[in-house]
Design a protein around this ligand. Structure first.
Ligand code: HEC
Ligand code: HEC
Length: 435
């Protein structure tokens, strides 16, 4: 099949966008998995493996690795973060390939063969039997890019994207520590070229921003950004490189703007308006439920249980010697939001806080240097163990992995913290430390 081989060799220049004749809707592929298996064995198996585990013979030489289909995580979708892609989403990846990776464009396979192979790859993950694809996010009509939209896009980029993408090249403070859901290191895309794995146009960028990339640390921003803002970000990204939709004029203009500020320091807007205070009353009631009481030493007889965190005033009597308590804070994604549960905790000097990566990771714990008692930074830095910057804890990627921060030797006071990858989602919290 020479024609096939020719297209399969490298990401060949793509033919003008073939509009899919059939719109598949959102159900499973209408293709035939039996016929799809033949297509798969001929064209996909050498990379994706005969069991769909991504362990084909070529896998050894591939970076990134061919996808393991068994978990049902798909990056390039029109559907919200965490949901399955539509058949058209999968068809587009198969037809166009993924630029800069070994995934070739299979435009030489006809629509029916592609539908068949999709039906077959849907047999590898049980998700396809129990879940429906998400409802596609609407791509609103694209406004014209202007100096104003590029300028606004740059600000939004600094707030929402720079923790990973840095100045656009992928050099953000978290970049070096990012991992994908399959345990391989993964760098944020370099957006200063003319395209990325799946994106060539502003509409593509709009969708990648709104939907996020499942199986990677990049969250979906559909609950955070309005459509107008997503277009502004897309216009800024386009102006970072020679994307086909960008103009020379706007590229030159973007180059005159200072690079977006990367929030390693507390961005005043977020730090000051942190919702911690508002949600503290409900959250403190959760402490008793969420805190891992099993690892807590029983309260000494006659001493008030320290679960009564809502009333922090300590009794005047000299405190009885006590063993440090361990307080569990869960790091979770709920819908399109990310938070620490509870987000406000009361603790005593010597206690240990266990931050557990429950969902939506990677997460971490970073403290704002100017939100903690004067002079506490050095001791806190020591207590944090693995860090990737001053008071910035290492990223926790593995599910249920934890990050412990000891509160020994620290001055009493308030310690405000945040999750670097999800600061833009206001994933923040605070420790009220008492003697
Ligand atoms: C030469 C190796 C190679 C071949 C052949 C190949 N793939 Fe891939 N494929 C990859 C790689 C590598 C990735 C992962 C890219 C990434 O995650 O960045 C991938 C990813 C995918 C994805 C995931 C897209 C997403 O949104 O996450 C799908 C679906 C897919 N391939 C389908 C196929 C099908 C169907 C065939 C056969 C018709 C095929 N691939 C053949 C290498 C290959
Ligand atoms: C928590 C880290 C993180 C944040 C925050 C983040 N990204 Fe990403 N982004 C990534 C990673 C990692 C990749 C590479 C995924 C891959 O290649 O599989 C990526 C890839 C991309 C891509 C390329 C998709 C493709 O086709 O290959 C675009 C475009 C993008 N990001 C835009 C943005 C924009 C715009 C924002 C802010 C609104 C943002 N990202 C926020 C981590 C992040």
């Amino acid at each position: 099949m020479p024609a096939m081989r020719r297209t399969a060799r490298v990401a060949a220049p793509l033919a003008a966008a073939l509009i899919l004749g059939a719109s598949y809707g959102t159900a499973q592929s209408p293709g035939d998995p039996g016929r799809g298996r033949q297509v798969y064995l001929r064209y996909c198996e050498q990379c994706h493996g005969d069991r769909g585990d991504g362990m084909g013979e070529v896998a050894r030489w591939a970076t990134p690795k061919p996808r393991d289909f068994r978990q049902g995580h798909y990056k390039f979708r029109s559907t919200p973060y965490g949901t399955l892609p539509t058949t058209s989403d999968l068809d587009r990846v198969i037809r166009d390939g993924l630029y800069g990776t070994l995934m070739p464009p299979f435009e030489a396979l006809n629509l029916r063969a592609r539908a068949d192979v999709i039906a077959y790859l849907q047999t590898f993950s049980p998700r396809w039997r129990t879940e429906k694809p998400g409802v596609p996010i609407v791509v609103t009509s694209r406004p014209a890019a202007t100096r104003e939209s590029v300028t606004k896009g740059r600000e939004l980029f600094g707030t929402y994207c720079s923790t990973c993408h840095g100045d656009g090249t992928g050099n953000g403070p978290t970049a070096a520590a990012l991992m994908d859901a399959w345990g391989a290191p993964l760098s944020p895309a370099d957006l200063t070229r003319h395209r990325t794995k799946s994106a060539r146009t502003a509409s593509d960028i709009f969708l990648r921003v709104m939907t996020g990339l499942d199986g990677t640390p990049m969250p979906g921003f559909s609950g955070t950004l309005t459509a107008e803002q997503a277009w502004q970000v897309a216009h800024y990204v386009e102006a970072l490189g020679s994307w086909s939709g960008s103009s020379k004029e706007l590229r030159a203009f973007a180059a005159t703007l200072p690079p977006p500020a990367t929030p390693t320091a507390p961005p005043a807007a977020l730090a000051d308006t942190t919702p911690v205070a508002e949600i503290a009353p409900t959250d403190t009631t959760k402490v008793a439920v969420v805190a891992d009481t099993s690892v807590r030493t029983p309260a000494a007889p006659g001493r008030a249980t320290r679960d009564s965190v809502a009333t922090p005033a300590a009794p005047a009597a000299p405190p009885a010697p006590r063993r440090p308590a361990t307080i569990v804070v869960r790091m979770v994604m709920v819908g399109a939001t990310y938070r620490y549960e509870p987000s406000s905790i009361s603790a005593r000097v010597g206690d240990v806080v266990r931050f557990v990566n429950v969902s939506g990771g990677p997460h971490n714990v970073a403290f704002w240097a100017d939100s903690i008692p004067a002079g506490a930074a050095a001791q806190l830095q020591k207590n944090m163990g693995a860090t990737m910057g001053p008071l910035i804890g290492a990223l926790i990627t593995a599910p249920n992995a934890e990050y412990r921060v000891s509160l020994a030797g620290l001055a009493p006071g308030t310690y405000k913290f945040y999750c670097l990858p999800h600061l833009a989602f206001r994933m923040t919290g605070q420790i009220n430390l008492q003697r």
